[in-house]
Design a protein around this ligand. Structure first.
Ligand code: UDP
Length: 246
């Protein structure tokens, strides 16, 4: 049993795949719905940052398909996250939101590195911060970046948007009797090998006491619903303890 909690500063990990349309790199309706969800969150006085992936454009693990060098393939992946971030920023701004692109590497005229204190100031002033460029290092993932950025901005919650509506004991796409967890600890998720995020990211979040929400990302409004409805998604918490609501 879980209670609704007053999370204020959210770091949302958005995989690139969610941004894609049926036959296109970007889905206009998804981008529109995501912007609407962020507007709703801001009306509720939430501060929102995104870490965006690049999987709708390119993933480093596909290097072998083209016979290219794996490190270059990872840099192509990191550049893809910047393309997605700029698209998000533009869409958010077209809806009247303020947005800032923060990159792990410098892109003249487009995205810059920022000190954590500047980033926190953006968030306090209702600017949506979009982190791109991965960690800037090959052979890592945007999940790792999401964990690092969540710690850096002192997020209250890391939200991982996925294709299913939470963490299950087995793959709900394959097994009709799969059961969803409402709440579980990081250690339980690791012991049960539930594969919520990569292990390095997970360990960092557990040590820094930042819970993870796993929610269905195909409908961005779930970002809002999760904060009000304790039956939505799954909440992964650092320790098995009573969680107190608002
Ligand atoms: N990537 C990387 N280092 C990082 C983050 C990402 O090399 O710190 C590369 C990697 O090749 C990855 C690609 O960027 O496949 C896109 O990121 P990711 O697969 O995490 O995107 P998502 O699946 O979330 O869309």
């Amino acid at each position: 049993m879980r209670t609704v909690q007053p999370f204020k500063r959210l770091l949302v990990k958005l995989s690139g795949e969610l941004l894609s349309g049926e036959n296109s790199v970007f889905s206009a309706s998804y981008l529109n719905n995501l912007s609407e969800a962020v507007l709703r969150l801001q009306k509720e006085n939430k501060q929102v940052a995104f870490v965006v992936g690049g999987g709708n454009i390119w993933r480093g693990r596909d290097a072998d398909l083209l016979g290219i060098n794996g490190t270059d393939a990872d840099y192509i992946g990191m550049l893809s996250t910047a393309v997605n971030g700029l698209m998000l920023k533009s869409c958010f701004e077209s809806k009247g939101l303020k947005a800032e692109l923060v990159s792990s590497f410098f892109i003249e005229g487009i995205a810059y590195r920022r000190h954590p204190s500047e980033i926190r100031e953006f968030l306090e002033n209702q600017v949506v911060v979009i982190f791109v460029g991965g960690t800037g290092m090959p052979h890592l993932t945007t999940d790792t970046l999401a964990a690092i950025r969540a710690v850096e901005i002192s997020a209250d919650l890391l939200v991982k948007l996925t294709k299913v509506d939470g963490v299950y004991d087995k793959d709900p796409m394959k097994y009709t009797d799969a059961c969803k967890f409402d709440v579980l600890t990081f250690d339980e998720a690791v012991q049960k090998r539930l594969g919520v995020m990569d292990l390095a990211a997970f360990a960092l979040l557990r040590d820094k006491n930042i819970p993870v929400a796993v929610i269905k990302g195909t409908d961005p409004m779930e970002l809002v619903s999760f904060l009000h409805d304790s039956n939505k998604g799954t909440l992964v918490i650092p320790y098995s303890q009573e969680v107190h609501g608002e």
